[in-house]
Design a protein around this ligand. Sequence first.
Ligand code: GDP
Length: 319
Amino acid sequence: MSEKILITGGNGLVGSALAEVYTPPPDQMGEFENKNIIRVGSAEYNLINKSEVNLMFMNHRPKKVIHAAARVGGLGSNMKYKGEYFYDNLMMNANVIDQARIWGVKKLVAFLTTCAFPAEVEYPLDHTKIHLGEPHESNFGYAYAKRMAEVQIRAYREQYRSLKYSCVIPTNIYGPNDNFSLEHGHVVPMLIHKLYKAQRDGTDFTVWGSGKPLREFIFSRDVAKLTQWVLDKYEGEAPLILSTSDEITIEHLVDLLVKEFKFKGKVKFDSSKPDGQYRKPSDNSLIKDLVPAFKFTPIEEGIKETVQWLKENYDEARW
Ligand code: GDP
């Protein structure tokens, strides 16, 4: 019998990809017990509240935890809600990691983000550089809260030697079941939603900023598969950057999306909107050395699947 795994943020972008990865195809179900994967969302437990986190562990008694819950959003949302992003993420991480320790969880994987890195640091970003300077001013509330999860895990590993807790640091994740908010979303889901509407309504398609910034995108299923590997196999201390290390410009992303939608309307770049950090290239050599056979989903395929997903699930999608 496999060990009980609790996934926080279970209905989010990563949580739903994890659910898929942990559920084998029907013909390979065998002895698999789905009840060993517990996905919890904000409707069930408010992770900012310590007693609810305690209750969550008491109710489910997991052996392992994937802590994917976070208060997240794109550039616009990060700029607007810095205080909330700081407090909510700090408290959620502190509570989940500490209650996991109290309830005897020996293995936990927590999510950081490449946004947590310093704004000015020598590229490429690697795990040794997380604390080497101030984060970008557009998202410092979120960034510092996320950095503290790394600090907490490092401190716990030093004090409580049996805990094999680790951090993963994905770049910009996209995929089915994302939050497609036109106000708070990340760039991929937001642009997909905008294009969907522009095509439906015959209007222009407006992109924020200059289109020049560079980003590294990773498909949610790839993040889920790598996280599953980390939970099962990795006991090291170093946070693992989950990244293709392929940078593309926002302009290039826009071209891919326009092509996927076969959009014939006008594409506009709105320079009154922010560009955010210009680039944040990352070094993925640690995870590549550990899982050399892993094949990342090409962005064209991931985009195709995500666009298709929104078209088929428009009425149920989150935003
Ligand atoms: P980030 O990677 O943490 O900065 O967050 P985002 O996923 O929100 O990506 C922000 C980048 O995409 C910036 O360079 C924005 O200027 C650019 N961008 C272009 N159009 C949009 C849009 O409609 N929404 C968002 N969130 N970003 C956009």
